[in-house]
Design a protein around this ligand. Structure first.
Ligand code: FE
Length: 273
């Protein structure tokens, strides 16, 4: 398929995403004052994990979620600029410390002059290793999380520690009712079956099972997180990798997590003896 086509009705290699959306972003929620935007599906092919980036625009302010590493930076910046000026980015939220999440931090600092950078207090002293990071612009999120008031929404930063990172957070946008879940809910789909939104949950399990069993700490921690998430009205769960969950699939995903044995629960299987 010719990905440079400008016909707006042709499809990208991602089912449920037109070529135009693949280039300029897709609205997951939109009203006159508030938007939750999927910026893209950065993936250079074999050997590199695919990653989603998201942007919340609320009035004249914007928040960027897990904007990603160095090589996706030019693409992310050009897509953001279709919606807002870089000066209006008020916060950049990092769910955890991994390079696919954070390694572009120094670059984003240089082009988003008014942004504050939010990350778990556990990782504050590690981020300078990602290059020219001005630590005075980084705010440490305490373990129990925090809230952020935007002009037309309140964001809840929810603890998700040990899933997988020890200092890990999810972010709930109360206006759009979308939960950005970081690595929780991540999936890796084969090249011939890539879709934007989970269609058949039972089939989708095979694209996320290994990752969750190996990267997540234990069933006890999964249950803790699920119990917190259930206190919010969640219409969409949007992970950093792979397909999003909507409606009934949100419920199915939470139940699946609640019953998953992983990490500590299956140590012998993981260690091999
Ligand atoms: Fe990670």
């Amino acid at each position: 398929m010719n990905t440079k086509s400008h016909h707006t009705h042709t499809h990208s290699k991602i089912r449920g995403v037109s070529e135009e959306e693949a280039e300029s972003g897709k609205l997951l929620y939109s009203d006159e004052n508030h938007k939750f935007i999927w910026l893209g599906w950065s993936h250079k092919g074999a050997g590199e994990v695919q990653a989603n980036q998201f942007l919340i625009v609320s009035g004249k302010e914007a928040v960027l979620l897990d904007p990603g590493g160095v090589h996706v930076f030019p693409f992310v910046i050009s897509t953001i600029s279709r919606y807002i000026s870089l000066e209006s980015v008020r916060y950049i939220f990092y769910s955890h410390q991994d390079p696919d999440v954070c390694s572009g931090m120094g670059l984003f600092m240089s082009v988003c002059p008014n942004a504050r950078f939010l990350i778990s207090r556990l990782w504050l002293r590690f981020v300078p290793h990602f290059g020219s990071v001005n630590i005075s612009r980084v705010e440490a999120i305490q373990d129990s999380g925090t809230t952020i008031n935007l002009p037309f929404s309140r964001l809840h930063i929810i603890p998700a520690h040990f899933l997988h990172s020890e200092g890990n957070f999810s972010l709930y946008d109360s206006r759009s009712k979308i939960l950005f879940s970081g690595d929780i809910g991540a999936s890796v789909m084969p090249e011939n079956d890539i879709y934007f939104e989970v269609e058949d949950f039972e089939k989708h399990v095979k694209y996320m099972e290994w990752f969750h069993k190996r990267y997540m700490k234990s069933n006890k921690v999964l249950r803790k997180w699920v119990s917190i998430v259930r206190k919010y009205e969640v219409e969409i769960i949007a992970p950093q990798h792979g397909a999003i969950f909507r409606g009934e699939n949100v419920r199915k995903f939470l139940s699946w997590l609640e019953n998953l044995k992983c990490g500590d629960d299956i140590l012998e299987e993981i260690y091999g003896y």
